[in-house]
Design a protein around this ligand. Structure first.
Ligand code: ASP
Length: 325
């Protein structure tokens, strides 16, 4: 009897907290599983700003729980209290980690509530500023001459840069030494400093560096050329001779499994409002990203899409024969 009463009290408390969500005196934390200043972080900070108003002005902060290719941050959210105050912004890594990393301590399919997708982001192949190659063809010549000596940065196993780098090595049949960072913000710093040679990274991180001529850029990973002024003259990988080389990164928002349905509904509504916010759209477009307007904004479709991406990337990763423990 006592436990039934406790259960009823607990359920009432939960119902009250869902009705009040988000409470004015609480803070919503968006966990970013990569370093501050990088592409995922940038999307999260813009999103935090755009979701604040539709959530009644509540404070939204970003927590960079970086490392292990994004699995540390994802695990933190999988184990967080399911009350809506901790959410995860993650990218395509949600679909590559289950195949790339053998022992991830959470399940992408069952440990999260899916809240909807945010954007699609192309990637660019960039090099240190001292790279002499004037175009992709010359870069390939340089790669042929420097086999065994090339360093390629990434944000850890399972990250977008890791995936893109694997595909690039396989498409050019060039093995490279990969250097892992906690995100591509520190990787790009080392690229600018000339400590690594190449990096494949989202346009949300590379556009301003390309514009400022801090790095050399050689190709984009989309099937069509981009329209962003700083990127429009870059060939697609396909045009540059790497047939069918296509990677588009996407970001999605997640809450811990068990977060009450009316709380996830409020978060989804706020996300939808953010994706219609002209200021947010303008910022994303300026960085080469495209805000989601299709049905992937609905949690069920977001979940279906991630499952399809797992099925799409799993054979590619298995064929490349790369795993981590
Ligand atoms: N761009 C990184 C990646 O390669 C992630 C980041 O630093 O946001 O996955």
């Amino acid at each position: 009897m006592k436990s039934a009463l406790a259960l009823a009290a607990g359920l009432l408390a939960l119902a009250a907290s869902a009705a009040d969500f988000p409470a004015k005196d609480k803070v919503i934390t968006i966990v970013v599983p990569f370093s501050a200043g990088g592409p995922t972080d940038r999307v999260a900070r813009d999103l935090a700003e755009a979701m604040r108003k539709p959530l009644g002005g509540v404070s939204i902060v970003v927590d960079n729980a970086a490392g292990a290719g994004g699995s540390i941050g994802a695990n933190k959210v999988a184990k967080a209290a399911p009350d809506g105050y901790t959410v995860l912004l993650h990218h395509i890594g949600m679909s590559t980690m289950p195949t790339l990393v053998r022992n991830i301590p959470f399940k992408v399919e069952s440990d999260f509530e899916y809240l909807g997708m945010v954007n699609d982001v192309p990637m660019t192949l960039i090099a240190r500023p001292t790279m002499q190659a004037a175009n992709f063809k010359e870069l390939q010549g340089w790669m042929a001459q420097n086999k065994g000596k090339i360093n390629l940065g990434n944000a850890g196993i399972g990250s977008a840069s890791h995936l893109c780098g694997l595909l690039f090595q396989s498409a050019t049949q060039t093995e490279m030494a990969t250097i892992s960072f906690k995100g591509t913000a520190p990787a790009i710093t080392d690229l600018i400093g000339g400590h690594i040679d190449l990096l494949c990274d989202q346009t949300t991180n590379t556009t301003s560096q390309i514009e400022g001529k801090k790095v050399k850029a050689y190709a984009v990973t989309t099937t069509k050329r981009l329209t962003t002024p700083a990127l429009k003259d870059l060939p697609t990988m396909d045009e540059a001779g790497l047939k069918n080389f296509q990677v588009t990164i996407w970001h999605g928002l997640y809450a811990p499994k068990g977060t009450p349905a009316d709380v996830t509904a409020k978060l989804n509504e706020a996300l939808k409002a953010a994706l219609k916010d002209p200021e947010f759209i303008k910022k994303q477009e300026g960085l080469g990203a495209v805000v989601v307007t299709d049905k992937r904004i609905e949690p069920a479709e977001h979940k279906r899409f991630v499952a399809a991406e797992i099925a799409k990337w799993s054979p590619v990763i298995k064929a490349a024969g790369v795993y981590a423990d």
